[in-house]
Design a protein around this ligand. Structure first.
Ligand code: KIV
Ligand code: ZN
Length: 521
């Protein structure tokens, strides 16, 4: 039954969030995040933009088939091809939503669409009607709404309702709005459209001025009942509204909002960690709600206050967002059961084969270090189980490095499509030398766009985790590796990124030149 006081949450981490520079999640990683969203009782998840690439299409399709208990949305422009692709990808969903959009601001209509307002109205009518005939529900977004003429927007939304849309989204596409102004703008639209019962308004805010959450909350106060955003605020430019912040504001200030929602906030922390690990986008320690220091009190006065009465300096409880410190450290005596329980607490849902492979890696790790921390386990799962490309054309066989002062030499042996190739090269350090040797061995030289290395826990026996981003032409891919040996972790990350580059290219139907003259063993 329709409840006018319930706010629904629409997560677009896998679509708008993935548009963040340098982020590309593979199908297994997206599915893992989607499953966690369902467990957190997310209302709607936007799995991708099916017409954008075969890879996106397949991701939406597998989420629609495998993730139950929520609505799965697919993005579509107003073209017939986009809408039919979205409908096809969503076919297996428990509840399918086509999310179609067209720009409504003068600047976009003139320069990007090259359409008149009348043409935009006609496109909307045709697109929403077609979408409604192919999916359970239709959401219509007026892109760049916050810079659009309000009377035109009202007309456009009325048209969308007439054609069958039941969710009307008001995006602040370029993060231009200010909260007071935006709240009034949204209220004028809602009043002007006077939608029938069952039709809801939605907000989709970007964070270019750091106001996405504030604007989303202003829109809720003005009457919208769906909030779109991403976990950790991930997204291109300044990102999107951070959903964990919006829901915790509704919870903490229930006195003001008095609205209900279905999200289980105690899963926010683990979902945030999962998204951060799989995307490679680090959460700043002072990030609201899910940052590592979000509940840490450093100053003596604050510590004293919190010990005397927690509410003196804490407005939320760490338990309410699931940010409870790990008490259990696993080691070589830990069994499969304890390992599986820990995976569940950390927010991973793996099949039996994945658990078996992860458990074997865990057991080998126990021989190298006494205690295995949550950070180590997360690195094993995200880097050695989920991030591994399903098609690995390139695999490390063995390597050797020799390091002197300011000069290193590396030799690598790699399987390329099952054939062994090898080469050696120098560099200014062991990782530089190894990367030069790999490029020579496989005769393929992508550009290194990004390289980070960090410890999975603050201990000298921790795993070294490397994240590498490579570019070849306009295809980019990220690879990760986690090992107690940081050179090996760096090599694994590099090879993993190369495998993913090939997969990305295939998904976009781009053909790389096949390497020639590689040094066969
Ligand atoms: O920011 C935006 O306007 C969008 C739309 C597609 C909803 O992402
Ligand atoms: Zn957006």
């Amino acid at each position: 039954m329709f409840d006018p006081n319930r706010v629904t949450f629409f997560d677009t981490t896998l679509r708008d969030g993935e548009q963040a520079a340098g982020v590309n999640l593979n199908a297994m990683e997206k599915l893992q995040i989607a499953k966690q969203m369902a467990k957190m009782r997310m209302d709607v998840i936007e799995g991708g933009f099916p017409a954008a690439s075969p890879g996106d299409f397949n991701c939406v399709k597998s989420i629609a088939r495998e993730v139950k208990g929520l609505t799965v949305a697919g993005l579509a422009r107003t073209t017939e091809g986009d809408i039919r692709a979205a409908a096809q990808a969503l076919a297996g969903a428990e509840r399918a939503r086509i999310h179609t959009f067209i720009a409504s601001s003068p600047i976009h209509m003139e320069y990007t669409l090259k359409m008149t307002p009348e043409q935009v109205l006609a496109e909307t009518r045709a697109a929403v009607s077609l979408a409604r005939s192919l999916a359970d529900e239709v959401e219509f977004s007026a892109e760049d709404a916050s810079r659009s003429d309000i009377d035109f927007l009202i007309k456009l939304f009325k048209q969308a309702i007439e054609s069958g849309a039941t969710v009307l989204n008001i995006p602040d596409t370029v993060g231009y709005a200010l909260p007071d102004e935006f709240g009034k703008f949204v209220k004028t639209i809602i009043d002007g459209v006077a939608a029938p019962e069952g039709v809801i308004f939605s907000v989709h805010a970007h964070d270019d001025l750091g106001l996405a959450v504030a604007n989303s909350l202003a829109a809720v106060r003005a009457g919208v009942r769906q909030v779109e955003g991403t976990i950790n605020g991930m997204g291109e430019r300044g990102g999107n509204a951070a959903l964990e912040e919006v829901v915790m504001a509704l919870k903490t200030r229930a006195d003001l909002y008095g609205l209900s929602y279905g999200l289980d906030t105690t899963r926010l922390y683990s979902v945030s960690r999962l998204v951060s690990r799989l995307s490679g986008v680090v959460v700043p320690p002072n990030k609201a709600v899910v940052g590592a220091n979000a509940f840490a009190h450093e100053s003596g006065i604050h510590q004293h206050g919190v010990l005397a009465k927690r509410e003196t300096y804490e407005i939320m409880r760490a338990e309410d967002v699931g940010s409870v410190p790990a008490v259990m450290v696993l080691g070589k005596h830990s069994g499969r059961h304890a390992f599986r329980d820990r995976l569940d607490i950390l927010g991973y849902q793996l099949d039996n084969d994945q658990v078996s492979r992860a458990f074997d890696i865990f057991k080998r790790l126990c021989d190298e270090k006494k205690d295995v921390t949550d950070g180590d386990i997360e690195a094993i799962i995200s880097d050695q189980i989920l991030a591994v490309n399903p098609e690995h054309r390139f695999e490390l066989s063995t390597f050797a490095v020799a390091v002197g002062s300011g000069l290193a030499t590396a030799t690598v042996v790699i399987h390329r499509d099952g054939v062994e190739v090898r080469d050696a090269a120098t560099g200014n350090g062991p990782i530089d030398a190894a990367y030069n040797a790999i490029k020579r061995a496989i005769n393929f030289s992508p550009t290194l766009e990004n390289f980070t290395i960090r410890a999975t826990s603050p201990r000298s026996d921790s795993l070294g985790e490397t994240v590498v981003e490579l570019r070849y032409g306009d295809v980019t891919a990220q690879g990760r590796g986690a090992e107690t040996d940081i050179v090996k972790a760096s090599i694994q990350a590099y090879i993993n990124a190369i495998n993913r580059l090939y997969t990305q290219a295939a998904a976009r139907e781009i053909k790389f030149e096949e390497p020639v003259n590689a040094n066969l063993c």
